[in-house]
Design a protein around this ligand. Structure first.
Ligand code: NAD
Length: 245
């Protein structure tokens, strides 16, 4: 099947779908100008994940880690949602039951109008105490790079409320995705712009497949195991998603 036939097929299935699940990764924000992690333009070409996105890296050099998050906050603040984010929001508006699980921390889905969103890796726009389990709070500050961000009353060191390598996923977010997927079959599932390196991402794509859903992958370099996606668009999300509506 060529891409045009696949577009027509997915569009027809989507029109009839009662329950839709969407899983996204950094690739959906690439066309907004936010670098992905992996790949030729990705962050990990120039930086080490252990240094910048692990609890050990933060313990070793919190200033360096905050410098990186300040830089990313600045980049993301200057970016706008793209056609793919807007199409996902429109799919939600048309669907009966819907859940979007994103690995992105940038908040662009919400800015495009998505409402039922699980941020499985946290948000770059929240901060929390680095130790002691204090509550996260919304935070859009670009901090002065000479000073470490600390909580006002007690001087507790703060950290971004994102999931670093080696850390557990937020239990409530994980449970929300699982509950959605196990509370009745999904009709259409999209896996968009993720290298699908994490086993839970592959699992969340495989569950709808086993339920009989049409699983659609959109990625210039498709990454899901071949038996999961029935349709693979080896293309940019912003080129394909608007055509499906
Ligand atoms: P990744 O960098 O591992 O993979 C990105 C994927 O997107 C690749 O497979 C690539 O082929 C694909 N891609 C590139 N351009 C695309 C486009 N225009 N349309 C569709 N797909 C495209 O990213 P990942 O799988 O999300 O890795 C997981 C980690 O990346 C997560 O922890 C996430 O928090 C983090 N991350 C988030 C952001 C963000 O919030 N925007 C940015 C970088 C990394």
């Amino acid at each position: 099947m060529n891409d045009q036939d696949s577009v027509a097929w997915v569009r027809a299935r989507l029109k009839q779908a009662r329950k839709v699940f969407v899983l996204t990764g950094a690739g959906i924000s690439a066309e907004s100008g936010i670098p992905t992690f992996r790949g030729p333009e990705g962050y990990w070409k120039n930086y080490s994940p252990q240094q910048l996105a692990s609890p050990e890296g933060f313990a070793r050099d919190p200033k360096l880690v905050w410098e990186w998050y300040n830089h990313r906050r600045r980049v993301i603040a200057g970016c706008e949602p793209n056609a793919a984010h807007r199409a996902v929001a429109e799919i939600e508006r048309r669907a009966g039951q819907f859940l979007l699980c994103t690995q992105n921390v940038d908040g662009l889905h919400q800015r495009a109008g998505s409402r039922c969103v699980v941020e499985i890796h946290g948000s770059i726009w929240r901060t929390r105490p680095a130790a002691g389990g204090g509550a996260p709070f919304e935070d859009r500050t670009i901090y002065d790079e000479d000073q470490l961000p600390v909580r006002a009353p007690d001087g507790a060191l703060l950290r971004p409320d994102v999931v670093w390598f080696g850390e557990a996923l937020p239990a409530d977010a994980y449970a929300r995705v699982d509950a959605f997927l196990t509370s009745g079959p999904v009709d259409v599932a999209f896996v968009i712009g993720t290298s699908a390196v994490f086993p839970y991402i592959v699992r969340w794509a495989a569950i709808p497949r086993h339920q009989g859903a049409l699983v659609v992958e959109i990625n210039p370099a498709p990454s899901l195991p071949e038996n999961i996606a029935a349709v693979r668009f080896a293309a940019k999300a912003g080129d394909i998603l608007p055509q499906l509506l």
